[in-house]
Structures are given as C-alpha cells and as structure tokens.
Design a protein around this ligand. Structure first.
Ligand SMILES: Cc1cc2nc3c(=O)[nH]c(=O)nc-3n(C[C@H](O)[C@H](O)[C@H](O)COP(=O)(O)O)c2cc1C
Length: 226
C-alpha cells in the first residue's frame, strides 16, 4: 500500500499593527507564537500599493533602515544611501511626480500620497570608483562589466522589502522610470543616482499589481550549462 504525503502549510498569525510576527514571540508572555520562517517571509512579501493611515512606529522604521544597509557591497564600498520622506507634503510631491491622479482616475488606489513613509533608494557610483582605485583593487583594472552599484542597490531593496514584512509592515516599489524629476525635487547631487522609491506602512489591501497576472516564467534554472 502506498502512502500519500500531504503537506499542510499553516501561516503564522499576523498581528496587524501592534506586533510583528517575529517580535510577538518575545512580547506576549506564556503564549508561544512561532517566528515566521524565511520561506514564510518570502511568501508573505508582496508589493503593496494601498496603505492604512496608521503611522509606522519609530523602532520598526529604525530596524528596517538598518537592515537595508546591512547587505553585501562590492569591496565593502557601501555606496547605497537612503532618503527618508516622512512629511505629507513631500510624499504628495512624489505622488504628483508619479502621476498618481491619473492612476486613481483609472481605478487604482492612491498609492504614494497615502503611504505613511517613502524611502528613496540611491546609488553612489563614486564610492565604487574610489574604492576600486585603492591598492588592493586597482590591479583588476576594473572596466565595470557589471556596475556593482546597481547590484548593491538591488540587495538593499530586497533587504528593505523583507525587513518590512518581518516587522508586519507592507512595502511597495515605484521604479525611477515613473518618477521624472525626483532627483531635482529632493536636491540629490548629480553624482548620486536615485534608483526608485519604496513605500512603507500597514497594508490596507494586498491585491497584487496587474503585472502579477503574467504568472511565473518557467525555465529559468539551467543545469551545468545554459
Ligand atoms: C526594479 C523594479 C521596478 C519596479 N517598478 C515598479 C513600478 O514602477 N510600479 C509598480 O507598481 N511596481 C513596480 N515594481 C514591482 C513589480 O511590478 C512586482 O515586483 C512584480 O509585479 C511582482 O509582484 P510581487 O513583488 O508582489 O511579487 C518594480 C519592481 C522592481 C524589482
């Protein structure tokens, strides 16, 4: 007789607002809530474009920003920087740049203007050029076949998104292609490249964007050779 293995996945309970799943374990006395596993965290992370008004606690924000800058960086150049926008007027400015009114007219939620926090992710190529001119790196005669500042910015983005999910928060990413004039609006120096804007807050609605309907693209793992 063959035995069928059935796997049942139980999502850890979420404490909307007051507690993050992982912190809950330490904060609610004798009741033991299992921490969110890495695979649950990955599953839970989604780009969220609709937020509650509820502000984000300062300690959570601190942990998320620290996590974002805790990633690897080429030559430990650490050329990723963040610009935090907490004031409503500044967030509204970003929403205008992104043409939010037009999206709302097409039936989408007001995304950037409602999200209680914006984090603009920036890359500083100069940090890498200087670092790779140092004695231990210069011999490589670096031609930048891959500009590592974009790689590092991607690492920081991923950490930011996962740290937000770990704190029971939601995050979304608005690419720079849809934020014309952001650099000038925030007085970002010419040699610094803004990569995009992360929204942070408590989710009002976790409905995915229209691109998610594309579904998974198969055949992306190759064995031994392409
Ligand atoms: C580099 C990059 C740029 C993106 N730009 C936008 C954007 O401008 N607007 C948007 O709504 N989502 C943007 N996204 C989010 C993607 O649409 C989203 O990650 C994808 O549809 C998969 O959905 P999920 O992250 O919720 O799993 C961007 C994501 C990345 C990584």
């Amino acid at each position: 007789m063959s035995t069928k293995l059935i796997s049942v996945r139980v999502d850890p309970p979420l404490f909307r607002g007051e507690l993050s799943p992982n912190k809950a374990r330490r904060s609610i006395g004798p009741v033991q809530v299992p921490p969110m596993s890495f695979s649950d965290l990955l599953r839970r992370r989604r780009m969220v474009r609709d937020y509650q008004e509820q502000p984000v606690e300062a300690d959570k924000l601190d942990r998320i920003l620290s996590a974002a800058l805790r990633g690897p960086s080429a030559g430990h150049s650490q050329g990723v920087s963040l610009v935090l926008l907490q004031q409503a007027a500044n967030r509204l400015r970003m929403a205008r740049l992104a043409g939010e009114d037009e999206w709302v007219a097409r039936g989408y939620p007001a995304w950037l203007s409602r999200a209680p926090l914006h984090v603009v992710l920036c890359a500083e190529p100069q940090c890498y050029l200087q670092r790779y001119a140092e004695a231990d790196k210069a011999a490589a005669n670096h031609q930048w076949p891959v500009p590592y500042w974009y790689v590092d910015a991607g690492c920081a983005l991923m950490l930011l998104l996962l740290a937000a999910a770990d704190e029971g928060l939601a995050a979304g990413f608005q690419g720079i292609h849809n934020l014309p004039g952001l650099g000038a609006a925030l007085e970002i120096p010419d040699q610094v490249e803004p990569i995009g804007l992360v929204t942070l807050g408590y989710a009002a609605n976790r409905k995915g964007g229209h691109s998610v309907a594309r579904g998974p693209r198969p055949g992306r793992i190759h064995f031994e050779q392409w």
